[in-house]
Write a protein that binds this ligand. Sequence first.
Ligand SMILES: Cc1ncc(COP(=O)(O)O)c(C=O)c1O
Length: 367
Amino acid sequence: MSVPKTLIRPLVRALHPYVPGEQPKIKGLIKLNTNENPYPPSPRVLKAVKAAVDGRLRLYPNPGADRLREKLAKLHRCKPENIVVGNGSDELLAMAVKCFTEPTRLGLEVSRATVQYFTPSYSLYPVLADIHGATRNAVPLRSDFELPDIAELKRGKRWRFDAALTLITTPNAPSGCGYPVRELDALCRAQRGVVILDEAYVDFADDNAMRLAMKHSHVIVARTFSKAYSLCFQRVGYFVGHPGLIAALHKIRDSYNVNGLGQIAAEATLDDLGYYRSNFRKIIDTREQLTGDLTKLGFRVLPSQTNFILTKPPRFSAKEWLQKLRDQKILVRWFSAAEVRDYLRITIGTPREAAALVRVAKSVLKA
Ligand SMILES: Cc1ncc(COP(=O)(O)O)c(C=O)c1O
């Protein structure tokens, strides 16, 4: 029995959903496709979560994740009013589109309905714009994936300085490229709408732009516990910004948007930052080692400020490499978008996983 098409909004019928990386359960697979952290949460976090699995599961969690916001406020030297927590930063990004842009409609100024971003960057942004019925404005980065400066953006005439919402992945994904805070600051100052600096990977970078969220009332910094804090499974992310913007987001969020165990895990994470900082160091060291090893084999590896690398492989196409690596139980990510289809995105795993990748790459090149 089929469902009449008319039951579903035309917008949803026409929608191309976001495609998450594969989560296969193949034994012995080395999984380097979704930028997960190869190291487990700290023992203190695991203990805190396990200790919370009891009769309390019948109760609703704290609606505003208040204790977590207090701890985050201390960490970032701001107030809890500057923070909203979400079911992963993905939820908050979707809320931001709803909160700051209008659905496109006849007679409305285009800027009010515009969600703007660079390409390539996080491939969820266009989907969020489409879900809301907003207008997307995708503007290419430079050919080396660097940020165009204001003069270039003005010359190009495609960038809208009046866009209701601008989303910037920094450091960028999938390029791994870091953007200087000075350049981000200049761009923020030039924008009239809300700007979100999506710092999902910033703990693996040399610098961060949190100070811009404190300095400009229209700038929000997005962070997540997923990548650097080994907590994808629990879905916790947060925004830091002006209390005026943050209050607007609180108004539209689900009452209990952050699950209780997620709150407990994130709070315990903040009590054990030393553990995570040593993991960042290990991941950065592995990234640099892998970059050197693959470069020696003829891969072009872009300098990365994240927990993944984007690399153009030698001899075979990137798509062929994807399959050849998979045949040897190594899973990496390939995107079909024109700007990146010649590249593979490889998550930084443990040193042992990186060494296995290099070994397999060598064998593919020898065959
Ligand atoms: C740039 C970027 N932002 C946000 C996210 C979402 O993170 P979360 O797990 O907090 O929803 C991701 C996840 O892949 C990402 O790559």
